[in-house]
Design a binder for this molecule. Structure first.
Ligand SMILES: Nc1ncnc2c1ncn2[C@@H]1O[C@H](COP(=O)(O)OP(=O)(O)OP(=O)(O)O)[C@@H](O)[C@H]1O
Length: 524
């Protein structure tokens, strides 16, 4: 203080005293604040020592189970700070109205209701970021905090749950309950994860309603064979282990576009209760290292889908016949080739990531391609691709099947239901391979014809479809346009086939012309 006085003395007694008083106040204030903070810190540390704390990262499943569980807790109705979202909650794609406080009138409304063509959205209540919420659970108060994991990158969050308890039984119970509820709600959905080549991780991409196997129309026996093979594989872990064979199975679905390859995989995933992990090998930034990292993070029981296998090593991702999907000399060995979009994936890198130690055991690998002739034999050999299925253009049998899938029928003698009562549940689904998906009837009127008439129409429809010329997707497009006109649809199908042929001829000519122009331009 004396030193301070001597420094201030040249300023005059009055002003020096004022400055001295101010400084005293600053010093005292600072000391009090430091003491307060220290005691608060000590108090928190003291309190924390009584808490058991569990951390959940967004990258792992328990985070999703808990977020789903939290979104259902009525306690959010009393919370003073929370996030409201109409987006899907967690990975299961569920939107829940939890407390119902926001829009009570909506509670009883039909979940499928459309407003101006848009589906009505339900709201969900979520814990907001960086706020601690307290929830009462089975005789304990839980302190729940949601934080951002990578604030700098703006993604990823984590959940911290603390509870005062003697052991962690209560936290275990909570996680198991959350898991049970999540799985119950997720029963009717297939979760899709996409490869993120920038961060080398999997990103949840949504949950789709399961597609019934009966809605996929393939030649007799194909679906049953695939389903039986997958089921047999999934319960043969010991058999593989005893023989020292890696517990993996690969399926190569090859053939023309729009023939049901992807649809079948989604349907199988639903039937087997597996999630799908999708990698597009030609995607930007894909490299050997990224692929190996991704393969190392695939869970043990899932479907791993490699899309457009033939496009993996081509410079052009175009799928027309001129693109050189065949592996070049430089990429069939371990040399990597950088493509225009920064992809440095080599064939040996792909093979290593499929067979390597990091590759998950128990996964079902499905690969799709439109050009099997472009695949390197090393990629498609048994052990990597054990089962091959060829998908062709629609046969007459498929045309008949897809027609029956589209138009519901009622058993002979049954009275005609009113449009609002017409649902596929009224329909006899005894025809093998062709049962109808159980769904609510749309509000527009679809005439429900009797079984005999539908069978006759389906036969006539199939008679007009040329064998193995049009894709099933094209047939589906035509039926969609005529979904409320089954009879007219059959009457007009022959004309549609003629128009389709003309359109394809025209497109072919245009393509040929473009190629000639390009060729001449290159010559110049
Ligand atoms: N065999 C089939 N049974 C039922 N629907 C089919 C069939 N084939 C195609 N479709 C319908 O056609 C559309 C395209 O099918 P999908 O994407 O499964 O074909 P894809 O063979 O995977 O085509 P691409 O090779 O171009 O990826 C889907 O809407 C699907 O419902």
């Amino acid at each position: 203080m004396d030193a301070l006085k001597s420094m201030l003395s040249p300023l005059g007694v009055g002003s020096a005293n004022a400055i001295q008083d101010t400084l005293k106040l600053v010093v005292i204030g600072g000391t009090v604040e430091t003491a307060r903070r220290a005691s608060a810190g000590a108090w928190h540390t003291f309190l924390d020592s009584f808490f058991l704390t569990a951390h959940f990262s967004q990258e792992d499943y328990p985070y999703d189970w808990l977020m789903h569980w939290l979104s259902k807790q009525p306690a959010w109705g009393r919370s003073r700070e929370f996030e409201i979202t109409t987006r899907t909650v967690g990975r299961n794609g569920l939107t829940q109205s939890t407390t119902g406080d926001l829009d009570e009138e909506d509670e009883d409304e039909d979940e499928d209701a459309l407003v101006h063509g848009r589906r009505k959205r339900k709201v969900a209540f979520m814990p907001s970021i960086d706020t601690t919420h307290t929830i009462y659970y089975r005789g304990h108060w839980l302190r729940i905090t949601r934080t951002k994991r990578y604030p700098d990158y703006g993604h990823g969050s984590a959940l911290k749950i603390s509870v005062i308890a003697r052991n962690n039984d209560i936290l275990k119970k909570l996680v198991l309950e959350a898991k049970r509820e999540y799985e119950k709600d997720a029963e009717h959905r297939v979760h899709i994860f996409m490869a993120d080549t920038t961060y080398g991780c999997w990103r949840w991409n949504g949950a789709r309603q399961k597609r019934p196997m009966s809605s996929i129309v393939l030649q007799p026996g194909v679906k049953d064979m695939l389903l039986a093979d997958c089921k047999d594989f999934l319960c043969s872990e010991d058999w593989y282990a005893e023989r020292g064979i890696p517990f993996r199975r690969g399926y190569l679905l090859h053939g023309v576009p729009g023939s049901g390859k992807t649809s079948l995989i989604h349907s199988l995933a639903g039937e087997l209760g597996l999630d799908i992990y999708v990698v597009s090998l030609s995607s930007k930034g894909m490299s050997d290292n990224t692929l190996t990292t991704l393969m190392g993070h695939v869970p043990s029981r899932c479907i791993l889908l490699l899309e457009d296998l033939d496009a993996a090593f081509t410079r052009s991702v175009s799928r027309d016949a001129s693109s050189t999907g065949a592996p070049t000399t430089s990429n069939t060995n371990s040399t990597t080739t950088e493509t225009n979009d920064g992809s440095t994936l080599s064939l040996s890198g792909l093979l290593n990531s499929l067979d390597g130690v990091a590759a998950a055991e128990g996964r079902l690998l499905f690969a799709t391609t439109n050009h099997i002739e472009r695949l390197d034999p090393a990629l498609s050999r048994p052990g990597r691709m054990d089962v091959w299925v060829n998908f062709t253009h629609a046969t007459k049998w498929q045309a008949e099947g897809i027609f029956k899938c589209f138009f519901p029928s009622k058993p002979i003698g049954a009275t005609t239901a009113s449009p609002s009562e017409e649902s596929s549940e009224d329909v006899d689904t005894s025809q093998k391979n062709l049962p109808l998906p159980k769904r609510k009837a749309p509000s527009h009127t679809i005439p429900v014809l009797d079984e005999t008439e539908i069978s006759e129409l389906a036969k006539r429809f199939a008679d007009s479809i040329p064998e193995n010329e049009l894709s099933v997707a094209a047939l589906q497009g035509y039926l969609l346009k005529n979904k409320v006109r089954p009879r007219e649809c059959v009457d007009e199908v022959a004309q549609w086939v003629i128009e389709e042929r003309e359109t394809r001829e025209k497109l072919k000519k245009e393509k040929a012309e473009v190629r000639i122009v390009r060729y001449l331009r290159d010559l110049c």
